[in-house]
Design a binder for this molecule. Structure first.
Ligand SMILES: [Zn+2]
Length: 295
């Protein structure tokens, strides 16, 4: 890491309290800044350095400034922004876009996920003692019991539920703005297989039963979702019942849409869909067959 930090071709993302140093106003992107001057520019020698990867142009690192008071963005950056507010690249299940945007966004997701994990794993989970960063930011070591811990990811499922009339089930969560509808989703519980999570979450949130035959739950793609540590695993699921009873706590409305109904509802603004770069949108548009209106 010391060698890479000093190498003039090495670039680094800078993070503070979960936000990224960004450049650009219209389409802000994480700033990839020369790594060597960052220590003196920021005056924060006690920050955390992490190795993100290498490409033809050189190594990519992340530099996480200690929490604490507000600090100005480093020289070469314009502002601090959360990951949800930077220009999205598409990855995983989603079609690729501009390679530079995809690379920068991929590094941003990686850095935010890793920084978030360090922020909540300073103590050993076994003995409670302090842990030290090792393996270029990819593990923490407890000297008391010679144990290493690694960044963890919490799997969550998200599913396009389709009935035998080829209608799509979308739900409205209690916390969302009025008219917003999306695919159902939920966390995988301990000891649970993904297909069982799909069936349980759909039943809990909508009352609809998903089939148990081979092919009734099919994996479609994934999206890293480091808020703080999720991986969204996308599925197509076949419903074997259609009666809807929402739980009225997490999900307050759930409806079946034909393609014509969803097209009309999104065109009129009655229904708002999740953002264009989300796996939820990709699952909905895969069922629909093409892009739907709305950003
Ligand atoms: Zn320990």
């Amino acid at each position: 890491m010391e060698r890479l930090r000093a190498d003039p071709t090495t670039r680094a993302l800078v993070l503070h309290r979960g936000r990224l140093a960004v450049v650009g106003q219209e389409a802000p992107r994480a700033a990839l800044l020369p790594a060597a001057p960052l220590l003196s520019d920021t005056g924060r020698g006690d920050g955390l350095w992490m190795f993100l990867g290498e490409s033809d142009g050189g190594a990519h690192l992340a530099f996480v400034l200690p929490d604490g008071d507000d600090v100005a963005p480093p020289a070469g950056a314009d502002a601090w922004l959360g990951l949800r507010d930077v220009t999205q690249g598409q990855a995983g299940a989603l079609a690729a876009g501009d390679p530079d945007v995809v690379l920068t966004h991929g590094l941003s997701v990686e850095a935010v996920a890793l920084a978030g994990w360090h922020g909540t794993h300073r103590q050993c989970g076994r003995c409670g003692g302090p842990t030290a960063v090792v393996q270029a930011g990819w593990a923490r070591h407890c000297p008391a019991d010679a144990r290493e811990t690694y960044p963890r990811t919490d799997p969550a499922v998200i599913m396009a539920v389709v009935d035998d009339a080829d209608r799509l089930l979308l739900g409205h969560a209690a916390t969302w703005p009025e008219g917003r509808f999306s695919t159902l989703a939920g966390f995988v519980e301990a000891g649970e297989a993904l297909e069982d999570t799909v069936r349980r979450e759909v039943a809990e949130e909508s009352g609809v039963l998903v089939g148990t035959a081979p092919g009734d739950v099919v994996y479609r793609g994934s999206q890293a979702w480091p808020f703080p540590a999720s991986l969204m695993l996308g599925f197509r699921a076949r419903a074997v019942t259609t009666a809807v009873h929402t739980d009225d706590e997490e999900v307050t409305d759930a409806r079946w849409f034909t393609r014509a109904e969803l097209a009309a509802a999104t065109a009129s603004g009655e229904v708002g869909l999740p953002g264009r770069h989300s796996i939820a949108r990709a699952l909905i548009e895969e069922w629909y067959g093409e892009e739907l209106p709305g950003s």
